[in-house]
Write a protein that binds this ligand. Structure first.
Ligand SMILES: *Cc1c(COP(=O)(O)O)cnc(C)c1O
Length: 468
């Protein structure tokens, strides 16, 4: 039987889902038990028709989805999907290319080369930096820090690829207290451990303080150091002062790594470019496509100034693949931690082709404007306090309680908003208080979504008992 009806069925189901997103309640409706019941059961001994697999999947899984692609999803830092990127992602699965080596898929390799240089241009990073397409910012950190580890140990005459880390001197890692947990996990995965992290005191906004950084370098003038800077802190979207901090770090020959999972994209919004001043001075940069570029998941990017260290830390000798350098082609496995993998640059290519620089700029600037509008209009409601007005696309508010128990009230209101289903927000503890996080990363979010959301929150606040 031909596969055509099945693929068309999948396309129909996908289109139905995306079409219905605007009217869906955002939270999952099914309980965990229901999902386990419906989707599980004994291991099937006999198969069923392909079409039935799809329709059952939709019937049984749909109401266990959290509708993060909705224009009123404001939790964590989660993007939606641009139409061209989503469709290209479906095509990528059909092509089923192995994007590990050039010879496995010349087109995929060339698309990565092109996207690598387009992205460097978009982010205003050095044009000769090397790059890799990885699964997300987590693996971007691992890849960048593997390059850093290689370079810093080679200065100590220690070939870390050969000798490993047992018996090796410790490399110091300086960071602010609000580094993302994926950064610490990258250090764990690389065998460097988290004991090497030294927290540098922050400025009033939680970024690294320049004189505290100077002192940290003076305290250990003899050790090799990695400094992690933040382009867009998780809660407030705060940016470190790259210009000044990179200069200090480089006086001490440190490697500067930037976590710019979503913040690097602010480079594209003219009103926010100044926040990234000096970012090109760093040594490695990690970011995501699946957040703010709105491509489907499995899309992170890493860029490394020291391309020799980058390649040396990742390259593989595979006698069954022709060496790439002599032939002027690029084997992706020389630059990232995977061999066989999805041709994950294709949706990025589609997104950049569909929007162009101007369209991406517009998308980023709009998300920033929508975040500010959402935070400010929520702030106008009674008993809502703005804790962080957005610098880019992240803001924080909390809900005040007549009896002073603002933490309890804030969690109660967040739960009620999630249960009501018009929008979705999460809570976090920020500087010792419970707050509601607000993040806008979706290209579809527009003013009507903000109005709809604020109206819903307002209704919920007046309906909840205990309002002052
Ligand atoms: C999301 C995020 C990460 C981790 O990225 P993944 O794509 O989930 O691996 C790292 N740092 C920051 C600041 C983030 O927001």
């Amino acid at each position: 039987m031909t596969i055509r009806p099945l693929l068309l069925q999948a396309a129909q189901l996908a289109a139905d889902y995306v079409d219905e997103l605007p009217t869906k309640k955002l939270r999952p409706e099914a309980s965990v038990e229901e999902l386990r019941d419906r989707l599980g059961g004994p291991l099937p001994s006999a198969g069923i028709p392909d079409g039935q697999v799809l329709s059952e999947l939709v019937d049984n899984a749909s109401d266990g989805l959290l509708h993060t692609a909705s224009s009123r999803f404001f939790g964590w830092v989660i993007g939606g999907t641009l139409p061209a990127a989503l469709a290209a992602d479906m095509l990528t699965s059909s092509w089923d290319q192995n994007a590990g080596a050039h010879d496995c898929s010349p087109a995929s390799a060339v698309i990565e080369e092109i996207c690598g240089s387009w992205l460097k241009e978009l982010f205003a990073l050095p044009s000769d930096a090397s790059f890799a397409f990885v699964s997300g910012c987590q693996m971007a950190h691992v890849t960048a820090l593997a390059a850093a580890r290689h370079r810093l140990y080679s200065r100590l005459d220690w070939d870390v690829g050969k000798k490993g880390l047992i018996g090796a001197p410790m490399i110091r890692v300086l960071s602010s207290a609000n580094h993302h947990e994926t950064f610490a996990r990258a250090l764990r995965l690389l065998g460097m451990g988290t004991d090497c992290i030294e927290i540098v005191a922050g400025d009033s906004e939680g970024g690294i303080d320049a004189s505290a950084l100077q002192e940290a370098f003076q305290r250990h003038s003899d050790s090799q150091t990695i400094l992690c800077l933040q382009a867009g802190d998780l809660n407030t979207g705060h940016f470190d002062d790259f210009d000044a901090l990179c200069d200090i770090a480089h006086e001490h020959k440190a490697w500067v790594h930037v976590d710019g999972a979503f913040g690097l994209w602010a480079q594209l919004s003219p009103a926010h470019t100044h926040l990234l001043r000096g970012i090109e001075k760093a040594d490695s940069w990690a970011t995501d496509g699946h957040k703010w570029l709105n491509v489907p998941y499995d899309s992170g990017y890493v860029f490394v100034r020291d391309s020799d260290a980058h390649r040396a830390s990742m390259t593989m000798d595979a006698s069954y693949v022709e060496d790439s350098l002599d032939r002027g082609v690029r084997n992706q496995f020389d630059w990232g931690p995977q061999w066989s993998r999805r041709a994950r640059a294709i949706p990025t290519y589609a997104a950049i082709r569909a929007l162009g620089r101007e369209g991406i700029s517009e998308m980023i600037a709009r998300a920033c404007a929508m975040t500010t509008l959402l935070v400010d209009t929520l702030g106008e409601l009674e008993n809502v306090e703005v804790i962080a007005r957005p610098q880019i696309n992240q803001g924080l508010v909390r809900f005040l309680d007549s009896e002073g128990n603002h933490d309890r009230r804030t969690d109660e209101v967040i739960n009620a908003i999630v249960a009501e289903g018009t929008a979705w927000f999460g809570g976090v503890t920020h500087r010792g208080m419970r707050v509601m996080r607000i993040s806008v990363c979706n290209h579809r979010t527009q003013e009507s979504d903000i109005t709809q959301t604020v109206d819903a929150v307002s209704r919920i606040l007046s309906a909840l008992p205990g309002e002052a």
